[in-house]
Design a protein around this ligand. Structure first.
Ligand SMILES: Cc1ncc(COP(=O)(O)O)c(C=O)c1O
Length: 386
């Protein structure tokens, strides 16, 4: 992977050290150009011009095909969404529930992934249980086995924990849950775009992802995989003119489409999707396996350097097979470290000042020199504080 040409794709890298694609990825020029090109075309030709509508429709379907290719799914199993949370809501609210049905979530889920299930607990009386994570596959599987009961309908896990960067053993979790009769939904906020994801070999039932983090696509784009055999078990909750396969107002008849398009209902911010297509095709062309090969050694080296800094406690796992490009740690540096790194050094990280927690997103466009500089600054701040 040619890092120099990769870096040239992102103008923002000339102005700062961008270590937070785990929140929002930087935008490559090609993706920004596609967005602008579409809005200009609409400005000049009109939104409802037949050629514009036709071309946008083709681009939209091409985005769906690219998302399917990235997940190794069929396009009929992919709904284009606006974010991860929308994908989770589609599944949580579309399945039918009985009071007392159980859903297991890990104790490191993001509110975007957890709230749809907690909302079901409020509205439908389901029971939500927490699976405590550990940086150890065996421990996770044993804890899951203990938590699952005959009432467990679904297990919800992040592919990569947003708290620690731990890469979860999704295939093993799916096998265990399926043996016990439970479905598995995976939160792919931090996986797609940084390593290969194959929903068939993971054997999951649902997989929700977004375009705006590691894929470096436009904000407000996402996609949801629903395994073909579950498509008819998930009822569309929001419906509109683009939902039906069959609509007859006089006959009071309405039939949603049979494929995942049944979850897409009306006018969307259409120009975002050609830009998402460009972002997805960029990841496919780079090859997710190559991206992973660039990221993991840098993330491991960063962990090694961080633990020598006084007061720093690594949260992320050491084992490369459990590692991702998210590297998280706590520290004892006073003040708002995230803000100081940005204001004094133009280094952008994810941080929580109350928990003294910092999360570094190591993507393939990051250079080792940038990570060395981060470590150097952190060491200096930690030594000043002693
Ligand atoms: C693990 C995880 N899930 C879900 C979300 C929510 O993402 P979105 O804004 O795409 O719904 C985030 C956002 O950071 C996340 O880290």
């Amino acid at each position: 992977m040619d890092i120099a040409s990769l870096r040239r794709e992102f103008p923002v890298l000339q102005h700062c050290i961008y270590l937070n694609c785990g929140t929002y990825g930087p935008l490559p020029t090609a993706v920004a150009d596609e967005l602008i090109r579409w809005y200009r075309r609409i400005e000049m030709e009109g939104s409802f011009a037949p050629e514009v509508l036709q071309d946008l429709h083709e681009e939209y379907e091409a985005a769906r095909r690219a998302a399917a290719a990235l997940l190794h799914a069929d396009p009929e199993e992919i709904a284009l969404t606006r974010n991860v949370s929308e994908g989770v809501n589609i599944v949580a609210n579309g399945l039918s529930w009985q009071p007392g049905d159980e859903v297991i979530l890990t104790d490191e889920e993001h509110p975007g992934g957890a709230c749809p299930w907690l909302n079901l607990a409020r509205r439908e009386g389901i029971v939500v249980k927490l699976l405590p994570l550990a940086n150890d596959v065996q421990v996770i599987l044993e804890r899951l086995e203990e938590l699952i009961t005959s009432r467990t309908r679904l297990v919800y896990v992040s592919h990569v924990s947003c708290q620690s960067g731990l890469r979860l053993p999704v295939a093993e979790i799916c096998d265990l849950a399926h043996r016990k009769g439970a479905l598995v939904m995976v939160d792919g906020a931090h996986s797609v775009g940084q390593f290969p994801v194959d929903v068939r070999s993971l054997r999951c039932d649902f997989y929700a992802a977004c375009g705006h983090k590691w894929i470096c696509g436009p904000q407000g784009t996402g996609f949801l995989y629903i395994r073909r055999e579950h498509l008819s078990d998930v009822e569309p909750i929001f419906v509109g003119w683009d939902t039906p396969m069959h609509f007859d107002l006089q006959g009071l008849a309405f039939e949603p489409r049979p494929d995942a398009r049944r979850f897409e209902y009306s006018t969307r911010p259409w120009p975002l999707y050609p830009a998402l297509r460009v972002a997805l095709e960029r990841i496919l062309a780079l090859d997710p396996a190559e991206i992973e090969r660039a990221i993991i050694p840098m993330a491991i080296a960063l962990k090694g350097a961080l633990i020598d800094i006084p007061g720093v406690k690594l949260i992320s796992p050491w084992d490369p097979s459990l590692s991702s490009g998210l590297v998280a740690f706590t520290h004892t540096i006073p003040g708002d470290l995230g803000q100081r790194l940005w204001e004094e050094h133009r280094i952008l990280v994810g941080a929580n000042k109350d928990r003294r927690w910092v999360r570094i997103s190591v993507n393939a466009y990051i250079s080792s020199e940038e990570l060395d500089l981060l470590v150097c600054v952190l060491r200096q701040l930690a030594e000043e504080a002693r």
